[in-house]
Write a protein that binds this ligand. Structure first.
Ligand SMILES: Nc1ncnc2c1ncn2[C@@H]1O[C@H](COP(=O)(O)OP(=O)(O)OP(=O)(O)O)[C@@H](O)[C@H]1O
Ligand SMILES: [Mg+2]
Length: 229
């Protein structure tokens, strides 16, 4: 199987700064653009951490990779937009997936004028509602993990911390993380944006009412934590 990494210079430590195929360099690993069997693709590679015990490190890395792959497959089965999965290499902790061409993160979209945000928020609420209706908890629902494609469709990525749960608490925490991410970056439009998202979440997910009730509790716990510091 041929995997060509486009324009990549790398060493054992990671990737040379300024490498234009690099899409992300997070705490856990790197995400870069590659060609996979002639297709534009993304490879996400998790690195081992020297400060972790090697056995724990291997366990965490393979668990996150397996979780990412399982949830992507579940999303595709449920008709929830996420990149198509191309190939998984458990030994080197790499997952190859479809490259979402010219997609913008929700973070970037939220810089647009408030008047144009309504359809975006409706899509976010519907997508998260469908996710939760399928008992998928994302675990890291930030504005960088939702991507708007040029055709206006929204996709979700980065499932390393996801898990299956029917618990209202877990879904409420997912919503709270998203709400905080939006408020932290776009405080001027946050209130309106969050309200629009929850409105379409309610429409997409039959049990939304119970989750939203729980969200109130999660918010007040969060506020107390902020006050205590
Ligand atoms: N399939 C994709 N198509 C286009 N861009 C992508 C794709 N996957 C990831 N990206 C880009 O790379 C960035 C980082 O990807 P991702 O969120 O999966 O990794 P991460 O946040 O570093 O992962 P983790 O939280 O597991 O350490 C994304 O915010 C996005 O800009
Ligand atoms: Mg991410």
């Amino acid at each position: 199987m041929e995997v060509v990494e486009v324009g990549v210079k790398h060493d054992r430590e990671g990737f040379v700064k300024g490498d234009d195929s690099l899409l992300g360099h997070g705490a856990e690993g790197v995400v870069k653009r590659v060609k996979f069997l002639g297709r534009d693709a993304v490879v996400k590679e998790r690195f081992s951490k020297d400060y972790r015990h090697p056995i724990l490190d291997r366990l965490l890395t393979s668990r996150r990779l397996a979780q990412e792959v399982k949830t992507m497959a579940r999303c595709r089965k449920l008709g929830i937009a996420c990149p198509a999965l191309y190939y998984v290499d458990m030994d080197s902790a790499k997952v190859y997936m479809e490259y979402l061409h010219s997609a913008k993160t929700l973070k970037d979209c939220l810089s647009e004028p408030l008047s144009s945000l309504q359809p975006i928020c409706a899509k976010v609420g519907a997508l998260v509602g469908n996710l939760h209706a399928g008992d998928i908890v994302h675990g890291d629902l930030t504005t960088s993990n939702l991507m708007m494609r040029t055709d206006g469709s929204l996709a979700i990525i980065d499932f390393g911390l996801s898990y299956l749960s029917s618990a209202e608490e877990d879904k409420a925490v997912d919503l709270y993380v998203l709400e905080r991410a939006i408020s932290n970056v776009h405080c001027e439009v946050a209130e309106k944006v969050n309200a629009l998202i929850l409105e379409s979440y309610r429409q997409a997910f039959g049990s939304a009412k119970q989750v939203l009730r729980r969200l109130q509790e999660v918010r007040s716990r969060g506020r107390k934590r902020l006050m205590v510091g």
